[in-house]
Design a protein around this ligand. Sequence first.
Ligand code: HEC
Length: 145
Amino acid sequence: MYRFALIFPALILIAGFAQQSSNPPAAKTPSYAAIPVEATKQPNPVKSTPESLARAKKWWTLDCEMCHGKNGDGKGDTAKEMKLQIVDFTDPATLKDRTDGEVFYIIKNGHNDMPAEGPRIKTEENWDLVNYVRSLAKKNGEAKQ
Ligand code: HEC
C-alpha cells in the first residue's frame, strides 16, 4: 500500500510531462485548416505567362519582398527584424501540396504574421501573385537568375 501511494502520484506527474512536451506552445508549422473547401478548389483563371509574372513582380517588390526576400527564400529584412518563421519558396517542396486556390486565399486573407493583401490589389493581380510565388521554385536544383 505504502509503495502504491508513492508510485501513483509519480505516474501522474510523468504522464503530465509527456503530454506537455508533445504539445509545444505555439505550433510553428502553419496550419491552413481554416481555408474554406470551395476556396481551395477555385481554379486559377490567369495563365502563368511572362506578362502575368511581370505584373506580379511590381506587387512582390512593394508588398512581399521585405519579408519573403527578393528571390523568395524568406530572408527579407523585415522577416529578420521580426524574427518571423517564413517558408522558402525557392524550395519546390514548399507549395507542392497547396492548390492555387489555397495560395490565393492566403495572399488575400493573410495568415498569422502574414498580412492580408485584401482589397489593395485586384483579383486578377492576386492570381498573378500566385503564379509568381510558384515561379520562384528552383528547377532541378538550379538557382533562379
Ligand atoms: C510581414 C511579413 C510578410 C509580408 C509582407 C508577406 N508575407 Fe507571406 N508570409 C509571411 C509569414 C510569416 C508566413 C507564414 C504564415 C504562417 O505561419 O501561417 C507567410 C506565408 C505566405 C504564404 C503561404 C506559404 C505556405 O505555407 O504555403 C504565401 C503564399 C505568401 N506568404 C505569399 C505572400 C505574398 C504574395 C506577399 C505579398 C503580397 C506576402 N506573402 C507578404 C510573412 C509575410
